[in-house]
Design a protein around this ligand. Structure first.
Ligand code: 28G
Length: 656
């Protein structure tokens, strides 16, 4: 018996060491995302205990020393000894990869694909980890550490340094885990309060009635130190939250919930007077920004139910064509939450559900339940409102299609003047080519002269382009600046967008580092977000970063891109220098612009990404939409228009 124990235990511990050898395989990266992934692993386990009906409250604490705690009031991890392995349930959970059957599909089928790799991975990547379990009248504690093992000449990961000890009697029950991410594993070990808060709020919306308490002990403002998230309305409350700065078409939020085949489905939606649709979908609490089978099923079922209804009520006559799905979804905000067995996540960012069986299940469910909703006499105002809006949308769509045809024809005609404006590059390899969208003709002129024309194209834009938020597609197409961007990129827009036709794999926005420049950047990003979203999600959009300062001493010239760098530069060169603060790109001559901002060897680019579509959506509507009050509040709070791009541009994601 003892022999089996040591042999199997040895294997187990090798497992933890393997995690440390290749952390990326288990948590994706060792940057900020990977760090937060550790926390989500433990939070997920606590939420599983809630989802199983044994816990109600999850508490998350970020401590000053850099460690984090997660606590639930569930049954408490098992403290009894496993008959074959001869170790406690707690030890199994923290030392065996995929511990304890919790993530086996027989027992708990709805754990996510990315998450759920388990507490043992967190243990393996922590300097130390402690667990307190209250169960069966006792309180128990155990501690694990990762330390250098001189005999093995490597770090032994996640070894138990105490046995599971009973520390006291208690009538409480639950689990509390505290861990210190290992700074020799992670490049970044500081948890981001905003990231944690946002995800916990989201989880509270997704898990109706779950109470999440978030405590950031590092927070100076004591009012912000502790926050509780609990939403009795679940994702219906989430939709209201997402629509809070928009104009809803009707008061109620449509809420459909139930099971179909093996899929648990919750759908909440409400229309606004916007033109764009925002669908937030999740599989097993994991956001699916790229959509997939569940979204396709939702769209198909929704469209079919509404077309049937429009026919039954005579809005659509026999001779009329069905309306299109996009017509019924114009202005909709929807949250779709599904729970799927063995989810397959696909796509660039693993944010797309691939399970084909889910599509017909969701379609059948949404069709049946939406039909029921529409036919209920109590819901006639809402139903009529949706159909009326869709009819209007279809007319506009028809008009836009015609306008687009006109615009296409026009583009053909006007191709010559457009070429005049765009200085294209000589190279023909799209993967290597870059297009700079430059604010102003004078900076555009410098960029043209300074560039490497083999792979860099310049498109100057004059003044402020049209704010596309609240504009229909035909109005956008009528705008000359956007037409030239669309033509230059070659991809077309909206439904017709085709990434394969993209002529420049880096699209670099170059505007002044002032309020106007920030506004132009925000408008361009809003345009890409609304009409060419894959350009952002597939990582083609960048913000060029001109230096803010030029520091000269004799003929030695240094550039600084922010205040921090400026103090570093001035400290390093000693006395007798002069500082020039650049007010705009126009102040640089072509060679300076090349050296500092365009030359791939020296320049800094910020890649624009879409980390959190819900937050991006809200900021874009808030800052670019038509409600004045909330925008003014927001801007006076943050005093910064830059928020759209500082938000969209993932922190620290700076490259060349
Ligand atoms: C606070 C941080 C994260 C957890 C439990 C409770 C049980 C458990 C966890 O069991 C092994 C596999 C299936 C039974 C289960 C307790 C059954 C009875 C549990 C957490 C043994 C795992 N009593 N609470 N794991 N199961 N909370 N919070 O991790 O067969 S993990």
């Amino acid at each position: 018996m003892a022999k089996t124990y040591s042999a199997s235990m040895l294997k187990v511990l090798e497992g933890l060491d393997a995690v440390r050898m290749r952390p990326g395989m288990y948590i994706g990266s060792t940057g900020s995302r990977g760090l937060h992934h550790l926390l989500w692993e433990i939070v997920d386990n606590a939420i599983d205990e809630v989802a199983n009906g044994y816990a109600r409250i999850v508490r998350v604490e970020l401590h000053k020393d850099g460690s984090a705690t997660v606590e639930d009031d569930g049954r408490g991890m098992p403290v009894d000894i496993h008959p074959e392995l001869g170790i406690t349930g707690v030890e199994m959970i923290f030392t065996r990869l995929h511990a304890g059957g919790k993530f086996d599909h027989e027992n708990y089928s709805y754990s996510g694909g990315l998450h759920g790799v388990g507490a043992s991975v967190v243990n393996a990547l922590s300097k130390w980890l402690t667990v307190d379990v209250c169960t069966g009248g006792g309180k128990y504690r155990m501690r694990f550490e990762s330390n250098y093992d001189p005999a093995e000449k490597k770090i032994a990961s996640g070894r138990a340094v105490t046995a599971l000890e009973r520390v006291s009697a208690t009538r409480r029950h639950g689990t509390r885990v505290t861990f210190m991410p290992d700074d020799t594993v992670f490049e970044e070990t500081k948890f981001n309060s905003e990231t944690v808060r946002r995800r916990l709020r989201e989880l509270a919306y997704l898990n109706k009635s779950l109470e999440i308490v978030f405590v950031d002990e590092r927070e100076k403002d004591e009012h912000k130190r502790e926050q509780t998230f609990r939403f009795e309305g679940g994702i219906a409350d989430y939709v209201r939250y997402l629509n809070r700065d928009k104009n809803a078409l009707y008061d109620s939020v449509i809420m459909l919930e139930g099971m179909q085949e093996d899929v648990r489905i919750s759908l909440a939606l409400q229309h606004t007077d916007d033109y764009s649709e925002s669908i937030f979908s999740y599989v097993n609490n994991i956001p699916t920004a790229e959509g997939g089978m569940h979204e396709m099923g939702f769209k198909a079922g929704f469209t079919r139910a509404l077309n049937d209804y429009a026919r039954k009520t005579g809005v659509l006559k026999e001779k009329d064509n069905n309306l299109m799905g996009e017509d019924y979804r114009e202005g909709v905000t929807a949250v779709l939450l599904t729970f799927v067995r063995n989810p397959q996540f696909e796509g660039q960012t693993k944010g797309k559900l691939g399970n084909t069986e889910v599509r017909p299940a969701v379609e059948a469910f949404v069709y049946a339940r939406m039909t029921e909703y529409l036919e209920n006499l109590k819901n006639q105002d809402v139903a009529q409102g949706i159909v009326e809006k869709a009819v209007k949308a279809s007319k506009v769509r028809e008009a836009a299609r015609k306008a687009k045809e006109v615009a296409r024809a026009k583009n053909q005609l006007e191709a010559a003047p457009l070429v005049g404006k765009l200085s294209s590059c000589t190279g023909k390899k799209a993967e290597l080519n870059e297009m700079f969208i430059v604010e102003g003709d004078s900076a555009g002129g410098s960029a043209k002269q300074g560039r490497d024309r083999r792979f860099q194209a310049i498109l100057p834009i004059r003044g402020k382009p049209l704010n596309v938020e609240k504009k229909r597609i035909d109005q956008v197409l009528a705008n000359e600046e956007f037409r030239s961007i669309i033509t230059a990129l070659g991809t077309s827009i909206g439904e017709d967008f085709d990434i394969k036709a993209l002529k420049y794999h880096k699209v670099i926005i170059l505007s002044d580092a002032d309020q106007d420049g920030a506004h132009i950047r925000a408008i361009l990003l809003t345009f890409f977000y609304r009409y060419m979203r894959p350009l952002i999600t597939e990582g083609h959009v960048y913000i060029g970063m001109p230096p803010l300062y030029r520091v000269a001493k004799g003929d030695k010239i240094n550039y600084a891109y922010d205040d921090k760098e400026l103090s570093k530069v001035t400290a390093s060169i000693g006395r007798g220098y002069t500082i020039q603060r650049y007010k705009g790109l126009g102040e640089m001559d072509p060679s300076q612009l090349w050296e500092t901002t365009m030359n791939p060897d020296n320049r800094q680019l910020m890649q624009v990404t879409l980390e959190d579509v819900a937050e991006a959506e809200r900021l874009v509507t808030l800052l670019m939409g038509d409600k004045v009050e909330p925008r003014r509040d927001y801007i006076t709070t943050y005093a910064d228009f830059n928020k759209v791009d500082t938000f969209l541009a993932q922190e620290g994601k700076v490259g060349k």
